[in-house]
Design a protein around this ligand. Sequence first.
Ligand code: OOG
Length: 255
Amino acid sequence: MTTEITTLATRLDDAARNCLPEHQLSADHDLSLAEAYQVQHALVARRLDRGETRVGVKLGFTSRAKAAQMGVSDVIIGQLTSEMHLEDGAGIWLGAYVHPRAEPEVAFRLAADLDPRRWTGNVTETVDAVAPALEIIDSRYRDFRFNLADVVADNTSAAGFVVGAWQPLPRSLDNRGVVLEVDGRVAESGSTAAILGDPLRAVTAAIRLAAAHDIPLRAGDVLLAGAGTPAVTLTASSTVTAAVSGLGRVRVRVT
Ligand code: OOG
């Protein structure tokens, strides 16, 4: 790993730990997508060195509305670690983040260890459960502004996630209502169809991206399929709930 990759990863890791926004890497570095994923790996390695474990992956920009909100178009992958995991109903403190937002998601659970480069393509054998989920995204960049390489390097803004009750895969998941509520009022609503047309396609996309960028996948890993609606900014003293029709709901309390 080059010194420069390590330096950039340290910039983003420090921004997350100090809860202070950082300048976009693209302001002074012309990173290719491959280099941006190297920065992401170096960033995750720092977390693993501190004792966190890898617990899954997440996709970004699987929804067109979400991609349009952020001005980017390609699907990207990020890595989830143990420290990001929050129990359903957990309280989070705004001061522990830079400028966090929440998104309603669908989560899958990997049935077995998987070598993404040797995947056979059978989605319903690869994942054994599905759950409603909430993701906390917190771009480490000032004003939540970035280009594709910036956000990949910043581990796709991953900061926290809540997974609801796991349940067996239903026959279809492709057109279910998704609602994001703040204090019981609907803030955003959409459909699982926004997630690549069908959230099951996110499984294929995640494995393809994991293979391309050397991200390991293990039995029990969580796979967040991407937002079903645009994100909402978290505000103090509020409760944010994500509901996916037929799957249930999950929430966080913001203090
Ligand atoms: C990047 C993460 C996007 C999604 O579900 O599309 C994402 C960001 O908007 O900060 O997680």
